[in-house]
Design a protein around this ligand. Structure first.
Ligand SMILES: C[S@@+](CC[C@H](N)C(=O)[O-])C[C@H]1O[C@@H](n2cnc3c(N)ncnc32)[C@H](O)[C@@H]1O
Length: 393
């Protein structure tokens, strides 16, 4: 093995960059076996690795952060596109030798960091001179990755929250991302209204970024082959988020709205409020937001969520105890009631105090006036049966 490696290095030193060693050879050479817990599905087809690098756009003279380089297939394709620097973050140290070969082939170009990308602070490794003001041009920094399936959803949720707070890599400006996801997750991220894949992820991704599926890769292109196809999604952070409320608040409203997908939205949205005041506060929220309560959650436009979030923010500013409520179980209701119910025992809706969000945008789903009667009826008829019919996507 040692002689084989030496031979490789010798060949590489003689060559000018590119070309780099073939990934298939590298994998064979180090007899890498995929570790399931790390979702290791390698992409060895250079046409596809190049297509992913190309999907990121022009990365010449840019700093590229690659997540989970593994044996270095995509890394190789990124390097071929002449970036200023490639910084990779990998958890599995078994790739040290293969990545070192790439480092030796293109000195000064490739920095390798070992660690868990879920807790990695990228702002510390991206040179400050590559930052660009949020409102200005995109910074010359890109994030690319064939993500491990098992962390792709928590990772994109964390990064969306970082985009909202302009933290982590986004302390450097509107850093775009080109990432792979299971096809179904890619479809959810980019789903428009009325699409059956429209879910919580769609709203969270789309209110903060422009995102689109660039192409689909067949599962059979990966080694070992996963059970699903893969979508390559590109995200460009928006200059202005479409919902101007704190990420945590938006996340809460969106999460509750999608907790019963098949119902009219007034029903899941009502779970933002504790049982004893659920009806009155739901009425207050919909009256204020001017969102049609009999819309299905997946038919709500981002503008509808914007007004629901604004209305919810106003309610919890006026009644902070309501903001402390988290819908989970009967126990959560009892806890909340023990602490705060006394204040709301004889609660009456304040008359004429509800600001109606007569939106300039005039979205389709607006009804003027009161909460539709049918929604009130629905809320009365169907006693909320807690988690039983709840699933979160
Ligand atoms: C789907 S493989 C992709 C490998 C390579 N980029 C390719 O396309 O062939 C995912 C890679 O991410 C690495 N990985 C898994 N979890 C990680 C984590 N939490 N932080 C950093 N890397 C991780 C795995 O070791 C693996 O190399």
């Amino acid at each position: 093995m040692a002689t084989q490696t030496a031979l490789y290095l010798q060949q590489l030193r003689r060559q000018r960059f590119p070309p780099l060693p073939s990934v298939r050879d590298l994998v064979k050479m180090y007899q890498l076996t995929a570790i399931k817990q790390l979702s290791q599905n390698f992409l060895l087809d250079q046409k596809l690795t190049s297509k992913i690098a190309k999907a990121a756009g022009n990365i010449e003279n840019c700093v590229v952060v690659e997540v989970g380089p593994g044996p270095g297939g995509i890394t190789r394709s990124i390097l071929e596109r002449r970036p200023l620097k490639v910084i990779v973050i990998e958890k599995d140290k078994r790739f040290e030798s293969t990545l070192r070969i790439l480092q030796d082939a293109c000195p000064e170009k490739l920095d390798v960091f070992w660690g868990d990308v879920l807790s990695f602070e990228m702002s510390e490794i991206i040179p400050q001179e590559h930052a660009s003001p949020w409102e200005g041009y995109l910074p010359k920094v890109h994030i690319i990755g064939n993500l491990p399936f098992n962390i792709s959803t928590p990772l994109i949720s964390r990064w969306l929250s970082n985009i909202s707070d302009k933290k982590n890599a986004w302390a450097h400006g509107r850093v775009p991302l080109t990432l792979t996801f299971q096809k179904e997750v890619a479809e959810r991220l980019t789903a428009d209204t009325s699409n059956e894949q429209r879910s919580r992820l769609s709203i969270m991704a789309q209110y903060l970024t422009h995102c689109e599926i660039k192409f689909i890769i067949k599962g059979s292109s990966f080694v070992p082959k996963p059970d699903v196809d893969v979508g390559v999604v590109k995200f460009i952070p928006r200059k202005e988020p479409l919902i101007r409320q704190p990420y945590k608040l938006v996340e809460k409203v969106v999460k509750q709205t999608f907790c019963m997908r098949g119902k009219y939205c007034c029903r899941p949205v009502s779970t933002l409020f504790p049982n004893i005041v659920r009806q009155s506060f739901t009425k207050m929220l919909f009256d204020s937001a001017l969102v049609y309560p009999n819309t299905r959650p997946y038919d709500l436009a981002i503008e509808d969520f914007q007004r629901l979030c604004d209305a919810y923010a106003e309610i919890i500013e006026a009644y902070p105890e309501i903001g402390k409520y988290e819908y989970r179980s009967v126990k959560a209701d009892t806890q909340w009631e023990n602490e705060y119910a006394a204040k709301f025992e004889s609660f009456q809706l304040p008359e004429n105090e509800i600001p109606k969000r007569a939106s300039k945008m005039k979205p389709l789903n607006v009804v003027s006036g009161e909460l539709a009667l049918s929604c009130e009826e629905e809320l009365k008829q169907e006693a909320l049966d807690n988690e039983d019919d709840i699933y979160i996507r």
